[in-house]
Ligand binder design. Sequence first.
Ligand SMILES: [Zn+2]
Length: 466
Amino acid sequence: MKSTKNSKGKSAKSSKEPTFHYGFILRAYPSFQQIAMIEKNINAARFYYNFLVAQDNKLYRIGKEPAVTIPWLHDRREQILEETFGKAVQKQVVEKDGSITIKNSRVGKLEYVKNTFPWLRDCDLDSHMFDNVIVHHKDAWEMCKKGFMRKPTFHKKSYEGSYHTNCLYGKKDHAKGISLFNGSVYFTEDKKHLVLPKVGMVKVRYSPKLMARILKIKDVRIGTVTIRKTATGNYYVSLQLASKNPFVEKLPKCGEESIVGIDLNVENFLTDSNNEVVKNPKYYRRMEKKLNYAKRRLGKRQARAKKEHRSLRTAKNYQKQRQKVAQLSHKVFKQRKNFLHEVAKAYVKNHDVVVAEELRSKNLLKNHNLAKSLQDVGHRMFLTMLEQKAEMYGKTFLTIDPAYTTQTCHCCGHVLKGKEKLTLSDREWTCPVCGVHHDRDHNAALNILAKGVASLGSVSRLKCAG
Ligand SMILES: [Zn+2]
C-alpha cells in the first residue's frame, strides 16, 4: 500500500515513522443530509479532476516550446499554467550551508478554478479533497510515463463514485498520543460512529474481530480516508492505517523444502508443483443467466422511459432494476474476491516461498473465447494478494518470466519447437527425448518452481518426478 501523502508537507514525517500499513473498510450509514454532502464532494472531486485533464489537453494542443520564442504562444502557455498551478513567484530558500538560493514556485492553485466556478467555494466541500485530486492526477501521469496506463482522461459521471480526504493530527493529539479516537477523522467512544471532516458523525459497521485486533496495536494512525458510494447505493469508508508496530504476527517458517510453484491457467484456476489443482469457481458464468435476464429487463425499461420522454434519473422502475443489476454484479465481485483471498492465504500460510509467473494477460485477452473466463478468474488480483500477504506474513513471493515454461520438459530440459509446440488444447503430452508423460499444467508449475529456485540462488534439489 502507498504511504500517506498530503500536500502540506507532512508526508516526510508520516512516511518516516510508521512502516506498516493496513487497510480497514467500514460500511457507512449516512443520513439523507450527509448523503447530499458526500454527493457534493464526489461531484466536486470529479469536476476538479476533469478540469485538470482539460488544462492538460489545452497545453497539449499548444505543443512543445519551440526553439524560437513566439510571444503570444508563450503568454498563452503561461496563462494555462497559472490557471492550473497558480501564480509564479520566486521563493528564497535557505540551504543547509546557510546560503540563500532563489527558486521558482507557484501559489494559489485553486484561485482560478474557484473564481471561475464559484460553487466550488461551497462550505460543505472538504479542502483535502482538492489536494487528493491533485495527487491522483499526478499519479495518473506518473503511471502513464511508466507505460502502465494511457494518459489521464475525463472521468464520467456515474452511479458510483468516491473522494479522498486525510486525517490530520494536531499538537493536542500528539501530546495525548495518537490513536483511532483523535485527529480529524476519529471513532466515537462507543466505536459505533466515525466522525468525518464536514460530513460529521456517521454510523458505521465493521468486523468486530478485526477492530479488536487493531485496538491492541499501539500508535495506530489514520492516513488517507476514502469515502465511496457503490452503484448499489451503499456507502463505504476505507481507512488507511499506519503504525510502527506490525498489524499481523509473522507466520512461522514451514521448513527448508517449503517452496511451491504455481501455474495459472484457464482450465483450472491454478495447478501447483505438488500437482494440486484448484478448480475455477466461475462465479460469473454461474450468475450469467440471472444477470442477462436482469439486464434485458433493464433495457426494456430504458426503452419505455425513452418512448415516454422521461429522464432515466427520475424513471423509478428503471432505477429499481438498475440497482438489481448492480447488486448481482457486486455479488459476483464479492464471491470472487473472497475466493481469491482464501486461496492466497492458504498458499502463503503453508509455504515459505511462492513462485508464480508474470502475467501477460493482454495477449491472452485478444483471444475472445478465453477473455471471458480469464476476466472471471481474476489472476492479476490473485498475484497482488499473494504479494501483499507474503509481505505481511514475512514470507517470500517471486514472479518469473513465463517464457518456455509450458514448452519445456522438466525432466530433461528439452524445449519443444516448431511443429512439436503445444497448442492450448493439448492437456497432456509425452516428451520426444526422454519419453516421460506430462500433465501440461503440472509440468509448467514444476518449471516455474525450478526457475524460482534458480533465481533464489539456491541449488536446485529437484529431481525428475517421472
Ligand atoms: Zn524430457
